[in-house]
Design a protein around this ligand. Structure first.
Ligand SMILES: *Cc1c(COP(=O)(O)O)cnc(C)c1O
Length: 374
């Protein structure tokens, strides 16, 4: 008999569990592509794009090389560049702001709503100047940003909205899926994301054909046809192999999302009386728990204790973007973002993935409780 205290090793994310479950099907996808040797774009990419557009309820999806490329090409498609400002949160992965810097525009960092950890719409509105062109809300950890208010503000001020949905495959707000509420939605299929390739891949979703046409052209050297290049583009295409693997995995995504939601609800139950601040699913939101993030002012000691006891916890993200050396070098650090700073010092990501077992969640919760008393 094992009890919740029998030592275990539990990683933050367990990709091997998924490979063990569907590895054979992935080999079939590999064999299909290696059979025809059309390794870039082609039918596999078109099929995945159609399937992911259906999944997201978007008119179209354009497959690209990564989530970062999705953000970069979306900004280019909206003709955002030098002299323009783009409002972004600082509590996110670097790529959100990096894409803005890549096109020569200025990221304007705005503080978060401390409950959802997503950008505060009110503070975003206060940051608008006559140079502002767009807002990039991030659906962080798998929880939708407050798109209702952000869309209204954007419409009032004539701004574009690019959703960073890299962590939010299948997340919803009032029945609408992330990636369809702004002008363009950017997805990452990095291996550890809720839908992950076996390498890098990304996608741009939306309902505006002219913008998606531009993204499709920009990803492929500005090509309008095989031998005609209309503009300077990029080599940011999706591989056929990744598309084939992603199409196979996409069939499981709803099930995996429900498994993540079930894991989160068991954590919520087991950690209810610990004094930890647990993740919140706001009214109308469907959280897809890319990460299960708790917060506590005892974070650093607890993280250490978890590691010593075989629990692979993580921090997303310990250094706010405006404090990153690269942003300092661009003079973007002369601002105060108190909720962002507080979150950076207190958030802790516990292991979550579709295949995580109740026993594993019980063990993690047991160690968390012990760690809080230690
Ligand atoms: C993963 C991620 C990205 C970048 O995606 P890549 O595919 O790694 O380039 C962008 N934004 C957020 C919020 C992410 O989590």
């Amino acid at each position: 008999m094992t009890s919740a205290s029998t030592p275990m090793n539990i990683p933050l994310v367990d990709l091997k569990a998924q490979m063990a479950a569907i590895g054979l099907e992935l080999y079939e996808a590999f064999n299909r592509v290696s059979g025809h040797c059309g390794f870039i774009m082609g039918k596999e990419v078109a099929d995945f794009e159609a399937a992911f557009a259906r999944f997201t309820n978007a008119q179209r999806c354009v497959g690209v090389a990564s989530g970062t490329a999705a953000l970069h090409l979306s900004l280019r498609a909206l003709v955002i560049g030098p002299g323009d400002e783009v409002i972004v949160p600082a509590h996110t992965f670097m790529a959100t702001a990096e894409a803005v810097l890549m096109v020569g525009a200025k990221p304007v960092f705005v503080d978060i709503d401390p409950v959802s950890y997503c950008i505060s719409p009110e503070l975003a509105e206060q940051a608008i100047t006559d140079k502002t062109r767009a807002i990039i809300p991030v659906h962080l950890y798998g929880h939708p940003a407050n798109m209702t208010v952000i869309s209204r503000i954007a419409a009032e001020h004539g701004l574009s909205v690019i959703e960073d949905a890299a962590q939010a495959h299948g997340a919803e707000l009032d029945g609408q899926r992330c990636g369809t509420m702004g002008d363009l939605g950017c997805f990452s299929f990095f291996p550890g994301k809720n839908l992950g390739a076996l390498g890098d891949a990304g996608g741009v979703t939306g309902n505006t054909p002219i913008l998606l046409d531009r993204v499709a052209r920009l990803r492929n050297h500005g090509r309008s046809s095989k031998y005609e290049h209309e503009e300077i583009g990029f080599g940011e295409r999706m591989d056929a192999l990744q598309a084939a693997l992603l199409s196979t995995k996409l069939q499981y995504l709803e099930t995996w999302t429900e498994q993540r939601r079930r894991a989160a609800s068991l954590y919520n139950e087991l950690l209810a009386d610990t004094g930890l601040t647990l993740p919140v699913e706001k009214p109308g939101a469907r959280h897809v728990y890319h990460l299960y993030v708790v917060r506590t002012d005892k974070r650093d000691g607890l993280l250490e204790y978890l590691k010593e006891n075989g629990v692979g916890a993580g921090i997303h993200y310990p250094v706010p973007l405006h404090r990153q050396p690269v942003c300092r070098a661009h003079g973007l650090d002369a601002i105060e973002l108190p909720e962002t700073e507080r979150a950076a010092g207190e958030v802790l990501s516990l292991p979550i993935y579709p295949e995580i077992t109740d026993r594993q969640i019980e063990y993690v919760s047991h160690i968390v409780k012990k760690g809080l008393l230690a």
